[in-house]
Design a protein around this ligand. Sequence first.
Ligand code: SAM
Length: 265
Amino acid sequence: MNTRPKKSLGQNFLNDQNVVNRIIKCADLSNEDVVLEIGPGKGILTEKIAKVCKKVVAIEIDERLVKILYDTLRNKENIEIVHDDVLKINLPELVEKKLKTKSYKLVANIPYYITSQIIRLLLETKYPPKEMILMVQKEVAERIIAKPGNMSILAVSVQYYAKPEYLFTVPKVAFKPQPEVDSAVIRIVRNLESVNSDEENVKKFFRIVRSGFSARRKTLANNLSSSLKMDKREVEKKIESLGFLKNIRAQELRIEDWKSLANVL
Ligand code: SAM
């Protein structure tokens, strides 16, 4: 069977046991933890996770790797491999039927071509993981943990739901085949108070955020007035009513500021 790594599926396999051990340590797993893994690849993380937790469910899209995983992990009773596309799966159903607990952790070296979709899926789903330990591209990790002044839609989307933390950098030489850029491991812990937010309010919040960021070089007022089809002077007045200068840019706002803005608009 041809087992050449597929670039189109983000197949850069971890090839450094020290990095694997550090990820496992950061995940702080006990024999009561149930873990979801996305993209187990050849199982380098999966096997180590399974040694220290109650159960691992791992979703892998590539049939060739699923076969390898079935073969190599055949005797490990607390590992379940699901052959599927994580973006097409019914996640709440998988949580109910396979993880069998709503209190689970996610530990994964995810495929980078769908990083934002995966993070969004996990934050917005009905039963989100209580904690995620994720390997992502270093530059993406930095964008996720950004502070006001450097915010982006990605930073607001994650920080609205959760507290992200940069754990450590992983150089590209730790992978085979080597990717073009370095990676980083991050922890994302959900804010419990955001779990029960009103759905309509959340939709409105993100509509305002998307509108605010619609053109990077323009001011917040310009972006909001053109995207929301509102009078620019009126938008400026609302922005000023929150104590900001009328020419402030979207990347400077904190999550609380976006919430206040959504309230006055
Ligand atoms: N966890 C392994 C490791 O650390 O060596 C592999 C990581 S590799 C960066 C990403 C893995 O995700 C690959 O095994 C790839 O086949 C798988 N993958 C890519 N797209 C996927 C999808 N949509 N759903 C599930 N798995 C996917």
